[in-house]
Design a protein around this ligand. Sequence first.
Ligand SMILES: [Cu+2]
Length: 282
Amino acid sequence: MSATAKLAAFAGVLALLFGGGALAGGAIGPAPDTRAESEGHSEMTSTDTGEHGAPDPVRGLAVAENGLLVMVADPELRRGRAERLAFRIVDKHGETVRDFDVEHTKRMHLILARRDLTGFQHLHPEQQADGTWTTTVRLAEAGSYRLFADFSHDGEARTLASDLRVDGDADLRPLPAAEPTAVSDGGYDVRLDAARARPGAEADLRFTITKNGVPVHTEPYLGAGGHLVALREGDLAFLHVHPMDDSVRFAATFPTEGRYRLFLQFQHEGRVHTVAFTQEVR
Ligand SMILES: [Cu+2]
């Protein structure tokens, strides 16, 4: 193929991906954000950003959305090996995006989770001179994984997602039942008090951490009292969550009924710990 033909083919792929992204996002939950389509129009009404003017709380369902695309160099990884993972964010013209805003003290947050919501990882890849983001990753178990690139560009928070594959027999597990307490790696006891966990309402998620019965005061992590990722069972929709204050407390809007997996990360004595909860929303 000539260089021109390759470019034309690439542009076609982009058009398909960007066209399809809105459909995938709209399959479940509220209408997708239509701001990208509104760009170039001189007037933008408040209805463009949804009923209440708030951004769509559901993200991470599409590989491409609102003019940006995540491209994973090689989505196939070998089980249990430390492998190089590389991806980049590409704009409508096929150009690699290089300028990212700092959000939660980093310019790129990489979240990985297997389709059954096990195997959670939160990494901070390094940006190469050509704009590619790279990191070393080890996936201990076979199966299909979701890669979420969580970042902010031009002042707008974005989450794009793509699949990774680890060949082999996948021992997929059902989601654990909802429990108010869980134990983190490192043996911290964590309690979740969730208020207003109803569809469409802003839930108040408060975590209390103790170790051997003694209250733990967490250290700042990524500029807050902790970091929370919420994923919906079924499609792994990535919810927008924000820390409320310096305590381990967050606001999250669950868009629909169903079950969600919450991954809390907090820092204590210089180490980051992770604990997961199942949250039912009825
Ligand atoms: Cu991060």
